[in-house]
Every structure is written in C-alpha cells, then in structure tokens.
Design a protein around this ligand. Sequence first.
Ligand code: CMX
Length: 461
Amino acid sequence: VRSLKDEIKELIPQKTQQFNLFRKKFKDVKIDTITVNSILSGMRGNKSMFWQGTTLDPIEGIRFNNFTLSQCQTSLPGLNQNNHSNIFLPESMLWFLMTGGKIPTLQQSLQLSNDLSERTKNGNLPPNVNNILSQLPKKMHPMTQLSIGLLLLQENSFFQKNYENGTLNKDTYWEDTLEDSLNLIAMMPLLAGKIYSNMINEGKPLGQFNPSKDWSYNICSLIGINKNSDSSNISNLSNRQLEDFVNLMRLYLGIHVDHEGGNVSAHSTHLVGSALTDPYLSYSSGINGLAGPLHGLAAQEVVRFLIEMNSNISSPKNLLEIENYLWNLLSCKRVIPGYGHAVLRNTDPRFTSLLNFVHERSQEFANDSHVQLMQNLTKVAPKVLTEHGKCQNPYPNVDSASGILFYHYGLKQTLFMTVIFACSRAIGPLSQLVWDRIYGLPIERPKSLDLNSLKKLVTSP
Ligand code: CMX
C-alpha cells in the first residue's frame, strides 16, 4: 500500500500548478471590503486568509474538503463495529485533509494508524521529556503542561535540524514538515496520558500503549479509561461502556480536527508557522490559544455550568426553572457557555452528531441528570438568547455536549478536556502547514493601524 507521503507527492505538481495559475490570473481581483468596525472587532468575517482543508458555512456548518460532516460520517472509513458505522477514524480524516480530499480506504487509514503507532517508538515519550514532565508541579494547568511537552519534543524536529544544516530547500520544506507533523500527532496520546497521570495519579502510568490499536484507543488507554487499563477509576464501567467511550473518543477526535483557518488555534499555528517555524513550535502556539475560555476551554465551562445549574434547580426537566436560571445568568452579564459562535448562525452539526451518539444510547444516558439538562437546554436557551437580543447565534455549539459526555464515562477532570481537544486540533492546522510549505506561502504580515492613521483614512476623501 502506498504511503501518505507517496500520495501527497503525486498530488503536488497538479495542485501547485492550479494554485499558481489561479494566483496569476486573479491576483488583483478585489473580494472584500474592510471596514473600521471589522478592524476594531477582531477582524470578524474579513476574507483575508487562505485555508485549504475546511470552510465554515454559517448555516450548514463545517465542510471538510467540501464534504459536510454527515457526508464525512458516511464516507470516511471507521472500524464499523457494532453499528458504530457513522464514526470514522480520525486517521481517515488526517489522510483526507493531508491529501486535499482523497478518501482513504480502510486499509490506508489503518496503515496510517500503524505508522503513527510506530513513530512513538513502542509508546514511550523520549526519557528526557518524560522526566521533565514528571517534575512539573502536579497542579500546573494541563494545557501549560501540554505546551511544554510539545516544546520539549521540538528538539526532534527534522525541519529545524535540516534547516539549520542547510540541507533543505523550498521544494523539500514540506517533506520534513510532514515528517514532524506526523511525529507530533503520534506523540499526542502519550502527552495526554502523561498529563492526565500527573493530574490524578502522581505521574504514574494509568494504562498501556497498545501498538496494534488505533490512535483514539490509545488515548483512552493512556488516560486509564479502557479495558486493559491499570487504573482504578474505570472499575465501574462495563465492557460495553468502555467500548462506547472509545467510540465517543473516535467521534470527538474526528469532528474537532479543524474549523476553517480563522479560529484562534488554527490561525496561531498558521501565523507562527508562516515564519518557517517548525510544526512543534507552531502547534504549541496553537494550543496556547486553544486554552482560552472563549475557544477550547468552553467545553469544560459547560460541564461546570451544567453541574452548577443542576444543583440550583429542582429537576433537569423543569424548563421554567431552567429559563429563570438563564435569565439570572444573563442579568449578571455572564454568557451561556456552549451557545453562540463567531461564524455559525445555526446549530453546530458537530453538536448534532454528538447528540446522535446520545440518542443511539438513550438507556445509557437516561439517568444522567447532566446529560438530560444538556438536552433540555436546547429547548430553552435559544429562545432566551433570542429574546435577550444580543447574541448573533442563539444555537448550541459543539462544546455544549462534548465535555459532559466525557464526564459521564468518568473523565471528571474538566481542565483536562481541552487537552483532548488539542489532540484532535493538531490534525487540521498541521495538514494546512504541510500545504503552506508546498505552495510556498510567505510570512504573514498584515498591516496594523493606530487610531491616528485610522482617523486619517476615514476623513480623507
Ligand atoms: N451567552 C450570552 N451572551 C452571548 C453569548 C452567549 N452564549 N454569545 C454571544 N453573546 C453576546 C456577546 O458576549 C456579545 O455581547 P457584547 O456585545 O456585550 O460584547 C454579543 O452577544 C454579540 O456576540 P456575537 O457577535 O454573537 O458573538 P462573538 O462572535 O462576539 O462571540 C463566542 C462568539 C463563541 C465567543 C460567544 O458566542 C460566546 O462567548 N459563547 C459562549 C462561549 C462558547 O460557547 N464558546 C465556544 C466557541 C466554540 C468554538 O470556539 O469553536
């Protein structure tokens, strides 16, 4: 079977020719107007960035290489065990994004899974990385630990080493970028496992890496939620629940990979990478952005919010009490976490696919008051937010459901949830970084303006 690298190599002549022709032909065509408001409001909606793998339609939601999420769920290969037919392997999505839209066969996805596994050298972090991570204060924010972990792995960067040696040229930048990106992605389960063990088990391993299993399975294993785990925190889960948890992980990791280029984690990876910075340094910046409460941290905010609300209302079924609780929250100038979006103007299809996971297991979740509240909120929050009249999108986003499902299966450390998000988000921005190198995109350098310059621009005829 041909490797991912062979596939990419074959695509390069045709893709670069198309790209260069397009640039040459249309380079002076105006496609957007920049207003003062957009400059002063986070460049919201400015069409000013090239991103190949995904685009976000305000109504339809995310498209991956022009496939909607539900098309991906029916087209990309998964393990298809026990009717989990709509759950594809994140490795399939990695192949799909790295090749600019080629749907892998199951064999190719599994081969990539195996490749990632082999890159971990028997499932061990390099000893120096492991040692330093073991010495971090156990209470250090898990995203800080992750960022440090990636920076420590940077000494293995082929791109950095070969750039330093002078053995790279513009035509070969992409090869080491790909190599580094795949190595980085391969290491994410090990970093996640190490950080979770720092949080709950004094740095002692919670489970074992299994080289014959897929990427998501190993994340579950290393955080101690798996059949073959050493951890005691799973003792209450049945075999079926453990299997469901692994499938939830596959689903979650598959749908969080990318959300077009302008979001903070993707954009920061791209921006830092545009200075020819290697994938480790670039993605470490991305996850620092992901750690912000308005971005990746929202999933844990939702979990806290649901727990807090449940302790203040008589029942998760009491819609009137939920409504009153939300109005109180808004009157204290707090946001309803898990609702709203900078681009989306409809229910996030990623939320819908997580909700389908719940519906397919209605018995499992029937007695979980937090999951019930999460579902009932969808009947109340959009109405309240619409009446409130401020927010442009009153519908649930993906974070509305993700954290509370992990919580259900025993992942109670809410701060850790963003680390799982970060495992997934590595896939989209790093696929883009490989293509940034192939297309030879230059360093990013938008023009900034102070208030005086802006004033001059608005008053001049
Ligand atoms: N609850 C209450 N108020 C909200 C709101 C919510 N869920 N969402 C937006 N608003 C408010 C904003 O705070 C803003 O108020 P001000 O004018 O007083 O500043 C106003 O409505 C307009 O905001 P907007 O244009 O609709 O939304 P933004 O693009 O500025 O922000 C987002 C988008 C996600 C940060 C915002 O909706 C929010 O804070 N949501 C809650 C946090 C959350 O769920 N984040 C997850 C995002 C998912 C992702 O990153 O992928």
